[in-house]
Design a protein around this ligand. Structure first.
Ligand SMILES: Cc1cc2nc3c(=O)[nH]c(=O)nc-3n(C[C@H](O)[C@H](O)[C@H](O)COP(=O)(O)OP(=O)(O)OC[C@H]3O[C@@H](n4cnc5c(N)ncnc54)[C@H](O)[C@@H]3O)c2cc1C
Length: 218
């Protein structure tokens, strides 16, 4: 376990906060991996929550992008109040998404975080090819790091908004019809990350459209 200082923090959307944390010597992690984190605050030391690394192992610091849930009165609400100088505990690192090669990535909300690390690793090594992203959020104000995703993926990056807050806006969902309209080949690799419901429903739809069970990484 490591005790680490937050070096910097800022809100990247109205409820998502980016943390820059000092990197301990000896820590090694891969894109797509996550870690259990707790807080060095009285009573919070043993409240472990899972977060994905969005930084890369060769960066001199760690980065986490974390949605703050004010109404859970849990760890993320505390993180909403923590800034440079506060301390966190880093516990065990574990695999979340295993990168197997180019494919279509489908993310909902903060489900983008493990994908962000994978895209960054591929982009900086010049290998981000034949990769598409379908990124679902409630509104455009909920999209995390939009400009960077545009820079890395260009036209292979598509947004879907389930609510726009505009009268007359037709709610869009990533359902079977949407997948048929937007994906022409189901024989490749798919990566899906989001809430349990989101992941289960999309995986089921992809498989019913011809994707192989072992080609859908969740
Ligand atoms: C492998 C993995 C990687 C993840 N990576 C990231 C990441 O990179 N970024 C990110 O933002 N998230 C990520 N998550 C999600 C993140 O772990 C949760 O958002 C986080 O644990 C929430 O912690 P919390 O203590 O604030 O709230 P919770 O632990 O969800 O809740 C705390 C308390 O609030 C109660 N509660 C739960 N839901 C509600 C509700 N709707 N209203 C009121 N009370 C409620 C619970 O009963 C609980 O007692 C990841 C999850 C997994 C599994």
């Amino acid at each position: 376990m490591y005790k680490l200082k937050i070096l910097d923090s800022n809100f990247v959307t109205h409820n998502v906060k980016r943390f820059i944390v000092e990197k301990p010597e000896g820590l090694v992690y891969r894109p797509g991996q996550s870690v259990n984190i707790s807080l060095n605050l009285p009573g919070w030391e043993n409240e472990l929550r899972k977060f994905s690394f969005t930084s890369l192992n060769d960066w001199p610091y760690l980065e986490f992008i974390i949605k703050i849930y004010e109404d859970h009165h849990g760890v993320t609400q505390q993180l909403g109040k923590m800034n440079a100088g506060s301390e966190i505990f880093l516990h065990d690192v574990f695999g979340t998404i295993q990168y197997k090669g180019p494919g279509i990535f489908i993310a909902g909300g903060t489900g983008i975080t493990p994908f962000l690390a994978i895209f960054r690793a591929m982009y900086y090594s010049g290998n981000l090819k034949n990769t598409g992203l379908i990124y679902s959020n409630r509104t455009q104000h909920d999209v995390i790091l939009h400009e960077e995703l545009v820079k890395m993926l260009g036209p292979a990056y598509m947004n879907v908004f389930t609510r726009e807050g505009v009268i007359g806006f037709k709610e869009k969902r990533i359902d079977k019809k949407f997948l048929i309209e937007n994906i022409s080949y189901f024989g490749g690799l798919f990566y899906v990350c989001g809430t349990l419901d989101f992941t289960e429903q999309i995986t089921k739809d992809l498989i019913s459209l011809g994707a192989r069970t072992d080609s859908v990484v969740i």
